[in-house]
Ligand binder design. Structure first.
Ligand code: AMP
Length: 531
């Protein structure tokens, strides 16, 4: 772990993506096969491979309890340190410094410890194991060991970059390494195979999510050079999902690669009889009388672990398939869209997205309006002859949708970010006007430049009226323009609404809070979305 920790520190300090990758590659080259397999996992912020069923189940409370044991500080003090630092691994490293024997931890020891933590069923056992480790090992190595537990190194190193570094260290193409990791969800296995020149032998693993193909936005249908070269489908506004099916077993994964099987029992029943091993790409939709209901209706089914039969009757859902990723156990990525479609049609599915070729811009425009008329968001165009480009937004899929517009909102609270952004107030809560009050409608994290965030942090600090831990409540002064993909009902916000996928477009220094948009405007947008 010593060399890994030093490598990680150097990566954190390295200025750019390429420098970070080069540092990781140089470190990986020094390792023998088994350590290479471990290091690529830990540098990706994982204790176990992604497709591994084992889960650590070590929460913040357990880690804090172990810190109490070792340092003698109380929980309140430890919570305060965590709030200041913003990362559990860093907090552990700082606090155990004077309490540890400072021994070196080998990568094999780290692996054994992760395994012991996973196997201990009782929290008390986990606390004991952690406390013992905190007393024994070097603080810098513990920092990265703990980050492996919390699941994020926060050094600006994404798994994709570790894949690239592994490729560089083994003399293979990044594409080949990425493909093998996508198929198997096991970077450790990929690392061993890469050394042995056996990447091609790594097959797709069922019940582990594959990366989704993404679509590029197309503003105007008129911009298409070759309208007849595209397959046209409606763009449905539901939850993108991947269904893995084999021998009566079905598991569903969302676009964020999270499992969502338990939320949709009727979908599982419907798909279970299909011949596996099979992986379908499609959309989960609230559905009635042959058409999709608004996303805000489907929303009632999300966030529920257990579904009552009452909810199932009130909001019936279906899985509408539109692509095929694995068929009879064979990966379909390289197959042209026409062949994937032919095989998909051969499955005799009850719900399959209609697909057609249209000859001209005006026919596609008409189809767009018809899709909107059916309550769908717009169209998805798929280039004739194209492959399924897993994990890419390469331009072989295009999305056409009416932009939902933007709102001017006022910032009412700001929160410390994480990692690199721990010292600035980068996460903002914003509101719209209702008479002389401001009611919250959402939160946004992205869209401003580092310089704007720095300036705003100064301003936010000057206008803070109250602080609750990481959150500062502000006098409403700063106006931002935010773009979003829709409006939904929300009990969490005072306005009763939340914007979907809000992102900051710009800082409206020219506007005063009284000039921002109103809750009536938000209500209008919401009601229009139900029509
Ligand atoms: P994006 O996720 O930004 O790439 O936008 C494309 C999204 O459109 C996908 O993630 C799907 O959730 C959604 N979608 C809706 N209908 C379709 C369709 N017929 N084919 C592919 N994607 C679709």
């Amino acid at each position: 772990m010593k060399a890994l920790a030093l490598c990680a520190e150097a990566v954190a300090a390295a200025p750019g993506r390429n420098e970070k990758i080069a540092r990781v590659a140089a470190y990986l080259e020094t390792l023998e096969d088994e350590d290479l397999a471990r290091a690529v996992l830990y540098l990706s912020g994982r204790a176990f491979p992604a497709s591994d069923r084992r889960k650590l189940s070590v929460g913040h409370a357990t880690l804090r309890e172990a810190l109490v044991r070792v340092t003698g500080w109380d929980l309140e003090m430890i919570a305060t340190c965590y709030r200041e630092v913003g990362d559990t691994g860093e907090t552990v490293a700082l606090l155990v410094r004077r309490h540890t024997a400072g021994r070196e931890m080998s990568l094999a020891q780290a692996e054994a410890l992760y395994e012991q933590l996973e196997q201990s069923r009782r929290t008390a056992q986990k606390v004991e194991l952690l406390a013992e480790a905190f007393r024994s090992f070097d603080w810098l190595q513990l920092k990265y060991f703990v980050k492996g537990i919390t699941g994020n190194l926060r050094i600006g190193l994404q798994e994709k970059m570790v894949e690239e570094a592994l490729a560089a260290a083994t003399g293979l193409s990044a594409e080949a390494v990425r493909g093998a990791n996508n198929r198997s969800g096991d970077l450790a296995r990929v690392a061993r195979a890469a050394r042995g020149g056996a990447l091609a032998s790594i097959e797709a693993v069922l019940f582990h999510p594959l990366e989704f193909m993404l679509a590029k936005p197309l503003d105007r249908v008129g911009d298409l050079a070759d309208p007849a070269e595209w397959w046209v489908e409606d763009k449905y506004d539901g939850i993108r999902a991947q269904a893995h099916i084999d021998a009566g077993r079905v598991r569903l994964f969302t676009r964020g690669l999270e499992e969502t099987t338990a939320a949709f029992p009727e979908v599982i029943l419907e798909l279970a009889p299909l011949p596996g091993p099979l992986v379908l790409d499609g959309e989960i939709l609230a559905w009635r009388e042959g058409r999709a209901l608004a996303f805000s209706v489907l929303q009632q089914r999300i966030a529920r672990k257990q579904v009552s039969s009452k909810t199932m009757t009130a909001v019936p859902v279906i899985f509408l398939a539109y692509d095929l990723l694995l068929w009879r156990g064979e990966l379909q990525f390289a197959m042209p869209v026409e062949e994937r479609r032919r095989r998909l049609e051969g499955l005799g599915l009850r719900y399959l997205a209609p697909q057609m070729r249209l000859a001209s811009h005006s026919e596609i425009e008409e189809r767009f309006l018809a899709a909107r008329g059916r309550g769908n968001e717009g169209l998805i165009l798929k280039r004739a002859g194209s492959a399924y480009e897993s994990g890419k937004r390469g331009g072989n899929w295009l999305k056409v949708k009416r932009p939902y517009g933007t709102l001017d909102v006022v910032v009412t609270a700001a929160e410390q970010g994480h990692g690199r952004r721990a010292s600035v107030l980068s996460d903002v809560t914003f509101a719209v006007r209702s008479d002389d009050r401001f009611l919250n409608v959402g939160k946004a994290y992205s869209g401003l430049t580092d310089e704007e965030i720095r300036q705003l942090t100064v301003l936010f600090k000057a206008t803070t009226v109250e602080r609750y831990g990481r959150v500062s409540l502000l006098r409403p002064e700063v106006v931002l323009e935010v773009a979003f993909d829709g409006v939904q009902r929300s009990p969490r916000h005072k306005s009763g609404y939340a914007l979907r996928f809000p992102r900051i477009v710009r800082w409206r220094q020219d506007k005063r809070p009284e000039e921002c948009d109103t809750v009536e405007r938000v209500r209008e947008l919401y009601e229009a979305s139900l029509e």
